[in-house]
Design a protein around this ligand. Sequence first.
Ligand code: MEV
Length: 763
Amino acid sequence: MTDSRIPRFYQLSVAERLRELRDRGVLDDADFEALGTGSYILTAMKADQLTENVVGVFAMPMGLGLNFAINGRDYLVPMVVEEPSIIAAVSSAALIVRNAGGFTSTAEAPLIFGQVQVLDIRDPDAARSRILDAKQRILDRANSAHPNMVARGGGAIDVEVHLRGNSASNGQLLVVHLVVDSRDAMGANLVNTMCEAVAPLIEELSGGRVFLRILSNLTDRAMVRARAVIPAAHLATEHFSGADVRDGIIVAGEFAELDVYRATTHNKGIMNGIDAVAIATGNDWRAIEAAAHAHAASSGKYRPLTRWSADDDGNLVGEIELPLKVGTVGGQVQSNPAIRIAYNILGTRSAADLAEVMAAVGLAQNLAALKALSTEGIQPGHMRLHARSVAVAAGASDDDFDEVVERLVASGDIKVWKAQKIIEDLKGGATVTGTIDIAPLAATTVDPARNIGYGKIILLGEHSVVYGYRAVAAPLNLGIRAEVTGPADHNELVISGWDSDPAAHNPAGAELAARVAVLVSERLGVASTPVRVEVFPELPRASGLGASAALAVAVIRAMVHAFNLSVSEDEVSRLAFECEQLVHGTPSGVDNTVATFGRTILFQRVGDENRTSEVRMARPIPVVVGLTGVRSLTADTVGRVRAGWEKNPQHYEAIFSEIDDLVMTGVAALTTGDIRALGEVMNLNHGLLNALGVSSPELEALVDLARRSGALGAKLTGGGGGGAMIAVAEPDRIHSVANTLDVAGYQTYLTEIRSTTDDTVGT
Ligand code: MEV
């Protein structure tokens, strides 16, 4: 028998969870493979057979409710639901009940009935007698329409007649109920067919006119009742005694008894769980919802579906009662491969089993909600859960996990960067104050004699970074190398491969480059000994790939080595920043930092201070860099944004802040290696950059082509207005994206974002 208790399941990655389930024998090889590869997802072609005007399929998360012990048997309960906390909450409530002996749950016989509406009756009482006298004939007629159901032990079993009073224009309304045992089928189609089949006979017997023939969704012949008895001590929390929690739950239940507004929310919470199981098992959750709420109102007043009380021993007693006519066989189950897998995991043997599980899930869901609401409230639970997933994303170890979660919750700032900072602190690592120090930058391990400045791509956050918001940038495996080749009359830069265009003030053109050389030599104190520096660029200039900063770093390093100076990496970066000021006016500092350290960084400029931290990535992420062929000066686009910001600071700040959020989501995606999530935020960031006016028709065309060719995300990078675009895709797709761009005539570079470029540049 499956053990429904899987400690720390929530801490595993999806792949690890699948392996755990396979190892426990919950998944067979085929289901393991299907879940792992996504091959279980309904195809659009299949979907087209299920409903109309299909344009795609819509995916939802499927998780497992754990810890269920019902009628002495364990169940892992598949739940399809998008709302956070539902599955975690139901699992923890199920654990409380499990430790108290589990749920008892009882489903009535799986009956459903159809209604035949009869109008224009002359003598209603006589009609009713004739119909009831002919009950067997009616049942035989109904069953002849579905002999298979009779063979399975079910079929039409009873006929009832109800007189419902005068209708507006057709006399007394007579309604025949045809009661059917549909066994493990939900029974809707079966009942509808049977009602159609008996309609002529009902007309003949009643002398009236049959109008509607359709099942009733108020399935109150298929009631389910689940119960849990929990010793108060099992309910205790850190801050509340078990008796307090028990009494709180009872008071919360009374609120729903007395107030319809609360009863509605109370029942909604119950249906959170029941619907999630209904969807996973291919059941008609609209029918289940309709029945549940009709039942809740059956006394004439809308009431809660659960009751909570204390028994003589002080135990908390929870009970739920609702109609649940579900099916475990039939078209809906076969229609979707995910449903088949859900049944394999759940292991129910009949529709009655399933209904019993669903009622227990509803009761557990309500217990979780009332317990949370009557103690610390729902929100802290949400926060804690969120903190847990953030701690996982940040790579918290098993040992540190709980501590990281606690500190995250206490900080109120549940973000990946914060979790990483906490992990660093716990390790006794650098505790640089400030808000974004994920990990201090280590010195590069590149042989300094190679005098390289790294090119960079801004993955997220260009432009807003100039205004003190965060950006994430990565080094390219392309750089610029420089070498002092001898004395000269004046400091001179010789750049091979770049056309110099001083008239156009190109940022890395000869004139500006010469001014950079002068500045560097002055700052390094070697201006009195002019030299000739040769520069070997791999990077295109004026393309938003950080060529000017890379050039500055390369020149600085070349001079440092030629004059045998002792200069720290921080000083190299600072001096490159000064060069950037010469070239750009108001650089953020991100380019010179990446050009110097060659690491993927989260960057923020706060006042005069750079806050820089290294982003540690789960895996390298392949990137295509595409050049529009249109050169653009970052200084120009930065100026354009500034003009807009000055005119309309509020709207611009709102966009910057939105980008800042995307940056942090992107950092989380990099940390976990989630290329799809990274792609999504890149796409959004591109849209916002377009709103800032720094895209261009050429960039839009390139971004569009990259996305159409399979990129999961594409955006402009750097200053924009032309320059370069970056696109990410899964490793098996990236070549085809690059190829499409190549064929369309764009210059492309295939590269990888990794934590560091150590020893990959200039080799
Ligand atoms: C949220 O989806 C459900 C709850 O509001 C239910 C309740 O209040 O009982 C938490």
